[in-house]
Design a binder for this molecule. Structure first.
Ligand code: ATP
Ligand code: LTN
Length: 333
């Protein structure tokens, strides 16, 4: 039997992935490539929904790709590619925009969250239609499942709705994908403000994998906890300490219960030291491998080109089927 097709994407919007990305997403991507026909993309078209410097953008895309390799994505088993290398994403995105109601798009909470501070007026139309491009990413590959964090649930519902709508209006064309929300994957919180999730946009409380080990250790050792002294896993009353337990568990491939057994009842100091050491032990070789891939630009280019060809081959038949269903015909050749 054919292996289930899965697809996921990550934005090249920082100079380094952080431990939230790694424990919450990338590690699952790596384990899923064994039993699934996995497609993973660096979604650089999503990254340009907000203005940026082209030079920085180019570099971030390469560094992101290298980090995915360093995390253990195996280009022999999975198709690892850059979104803008496959024009069909933009082509199908337009179709998806034409299928999406304006009100429907207006209800997307990620857009509302991202524009909450400055108002939607200064946002690009691309940021508004971001979910339609994401829908295209997924449907183009006839993905059966999409591994993402809880924050992406609404975009996956839109994906299912649009796939069903298209199939209903124009004839069976797309697989309707299931969300694969990784439940017990750690949701890592900000180290300085454990009421918020760790995010690259708040660097003070964010541990970047490519940061120098000293800086990583320092951030973990100065994590905000609480005024009590005893280690206990209690995310509601002790979010900071619980976050450190989750990080230590994730970094040492153990359950939270196992690390709580070892550190529970103890003081905060040893827990912080253990978390710092464990994260450095993950981050240091990761950074080393990333630098290794970046040090061989020709090989990186070759892998990116190979990924682009494989992805185009997989995407093209779907785009053609969708165009044909819509009455769009190629008049060339
Ligand atoms: P950020 O808040 O850092 O900007 P994002 O949600 O915009 O992150 P992406 O870079 O697109 O992030 O995230 C890639 C993946 O990392 C997604 O699957 C997302 O769910 C996951 N992720 C991001 N932050 C965390 C976190 N703090 N804990 C667990 N998973 C996370
Ligand atoms: N919106 C997602 C990134 C993303 C994605 C995708 C995830 C873009 N295209 C396709 C899964 C499938 C995010 O912000 N994490």
């Amino acid at each position: 039997m054919a292996r289930p097709r899965i697809l996921s994407g990550i934005q090249p919007t920082s100079d380094s992935f952080h431990i939230g990305n790694y424990f919450g997403a990338l590690r699952q991507w790596v384990s899923l490539q064994d039993d699934n026909d996995a497609f993973y993309c660096v979604v650089d078209l999503h990254a340009i929904t907000v203005p940026g410097d082209p030079q920085v953008q180019r570099e971030r895309t390469r560094v992101s790709y290298a980090q995915l390799l360093a995390a253990g994505i195996d280009p022999q088993r999975a198709t690892l590619f850059v979104q803008s290398d496959v024009p069909a994403h933009s082509q199908l995105a337009w179709v998806m925009m034409c299928l999406t109601g304006y009100g429907e798009a207006s209800r997307m909470t990620q857009f509302k969250d991202k524009t909450a501070r400055e108002g939607a007026g200064s946002a690009s139309v691309g940021l508004f239609t971001y979910p339609c491009l994401q829908v295209a990413d997924i449907l183009l590959y006839q993905a059966n499942a999409v591994p993402v964090g809880e924050d992406q649930r609404q975009h996956l519902e839109l994906t299912r709705d649009l796939a069903e709508r298209f199939n209903h209006r124009y004839g069976q064309t797309f697989v309707v994908p299931e969300p694969y929300i990784v439940k017990d994957s750690a949701k890592i919180l900000d180290l300085q403000d454990p009421s918020a999730k760790m995010s690259k946009s708040v660097p003070a409380g964010c541990v970047f994998l490519l940061d120098p080990p000293k800086q990583i250790a320092k951030k973990l050792k100065s994590a905000v906890t609480d005024s009590q002294t005893e280690v206990r896993y209690d995310p509601v009353n002790k979010p900071g300490v619980s976050n450190l337990l989750s990080i230590l568990a994730a970094a040492t491939d153990r359950t939270v219960a196992q690390v709580e057994e070892e550190y529970g009842g103890g003081m905060y100091g040893p827990l912080k030291v253990a978390a710092a050491e464990a994260v450095v032990a993950v981050a240091e070789p990761f950074a080393e491998r990333t630098r290794g891939y970046l040090a061989d630009p020709a090989e990186l280019n070759r892998l990116m080109a190979e990924g682009a060809v494989k992805a185009r081959q997989a995407a093209q038949p779907t785009l053609q089927a969708a165009y044909a269903a819509l009455g769009l015909q190629s008049h060339a050749q």
